[in-house]
Design a protein around this ligand. Structure first.
Ligand code: SF4
Ligand code: SF4
Length: 362
């Protein structure tokens, strides 16, 4: 059995790293903001971090590109990142581990046994229901997920792949890729979609669980409301141009140089819930739309199948000047919903064909 290393409190861990009381309080203030909480909640955060122990984390890779891990390790808010790193101890990570083969398997089993019921499970990547696409140590991805989820305190699906299936689940979905929610139904689960998610959103969600020992408020897709409550369109820096009917018509036209709205270039902002416009990327430097690139809706279920990324999703009625943005959002969502139904139907047909093929070959 492995040794437990999370016996000291988060505050004690920070002190041992040479953090002063004053800096600790500053970190707590930054963390409160990072969790999307009111300033008045800071005292609660301080109390929690003074008394709570570090939370062990198991970070599993499924069908992933590890882009989510990369994003996580590039959190640009140093005070938030360091306090989050004091809050958790990553006990098992396939990306960061130095071990290989049977050694890695053993270390996972040790961690599962040592921290039964205490650990937070992070999953990156989709789970192929066709076992032949991902098998480790003789176990299918589904079996591995079920095994590591069994004694988890909570599960975080980091990225659109583990939330909804992501790129691997795009038509024709040859691996029958699904998200964690499709397999694990009896555990507290938070979806943190994005391809990848913003680092500060990931750290904010972890911080909430560790601080309060509860799940943050979630939307119907199990996304934390603090970070996914607004449509990008409602916070977009180009919104005034949308309302004025001023659009980019091609990536090199005068409208593009003027920074006009990217709706006609396929922007999915009107139906995408994300914090990109408020939190931005790379330490608040910018985000795709600010850089001249339409939103592709990467925090939404099945976004890879929404259609060509740079194609307008709905006819825009009238002159734009008097347009009701909610109506456009509705139209876009309608088109997208139709796409999703289409996807489900096509996948079902594909699955049926695959099944028939198998039966014939048997
Ligand atoms: Fe990679 Fe995107 Fe999937 Fe994350 S969500 S594993 S960044 S493809
Ligand atoms: Fe911004 Fe896209 Fe909405 Fe235009 S359509 S205002 S670029 S989110």
């Amino acid at each position: 059995m492995g040794m437990k290393v999370n016996e000291s409190t988060i505050y004690e861990t920070a002190l041992a790293r040479g953090v002063s009381r004053r800096d600790f309080l500053k970190m707590c203030t930054a963390l409160t903001a990072a969790m999307g909480l009111e300033f008045s909640q800071t005292e609660k955060v301080v109390k929690a971090l003074e008394t709570k122990k570090r939370v062990p984390v198991i970070w599993m890779e499924m069908q992933a590109c590890t882009g989510c891990s990369l994003s996580f390790t590039r959190s640009y808010n140093p005070s938030t990142q360091s306090v989050v790193l004091d809050m958790i101890s990553v006990e098992y990570s396939e990306v960061l581990t130095a071990a290989a083969g049977h050694q890695t398997e053993k270390s996972l089993q040790d961690v599962l046994e040592s921290y039964k019921g205490e650990y937070v499970l992070v999953v990156e990547g989709s789970i192929p229901e066709n076992a032949e696409y991902l098998t480790v140590g003789g176990k299918s991805a589904k079996q591995i997920l079920e095994e590591v989820a069994k004694d988890a305190m909570a599960i975080l699906a980091f990225g659109s792949c583990s939330s909804f299936g992501g790129v691997a689940a795009a038509r024709p979905n040859p691996t029958n890729a699904v998200g964690v929610k499709d397999i694990i139904k009896n555990k507290p689960l938070i979806n943190v979609p994005g391809c990848p998610p913003i680092a500060d959103v990931m750290t904010g969600v972890i911080a909430h669980i560790v601080t309060f020992g509860t799940l943050p408020e979630l939307d119907t897709q199990l996304r934390p409301m603090a970070f996914y409550r607004h449509k990008l369109h409602d916070k977009c820096n180009r919104r005034a141009y949308f309302d004025a009917g001023l659009f980019v018509e091609s990536f090199d036209d005068q409208g593009a140089k003027n920074g006009y709205c990217l709706y006609k270039m396929g922007c999915k902002g009107p139906s995408t819930f994300t914090s990109c416009a408020e939190m931005k990327w790379n330490g608040g430097t910018s985000y795709p739309i600010q850089a001249g690139f339409p939103c592709i809706g990467c925090t939404e279920d099945s976004f890879w199948d929404f259609g060509p990324f740079y194609t307008k999703r709905a006819a825009i009625p009238g002159t734009q000047v008097t347009m009701n943005p909610e109506l456009v959002g509705g139209i876009t969502a309608g088109v997208l919903a139709a796409g999703l139904v289409g996807h489900a139907g096509i996948t079902a047909i594909q699955n049926k064909k695959d099944k028939e093929k198998k039966e014939v070959s048997n």
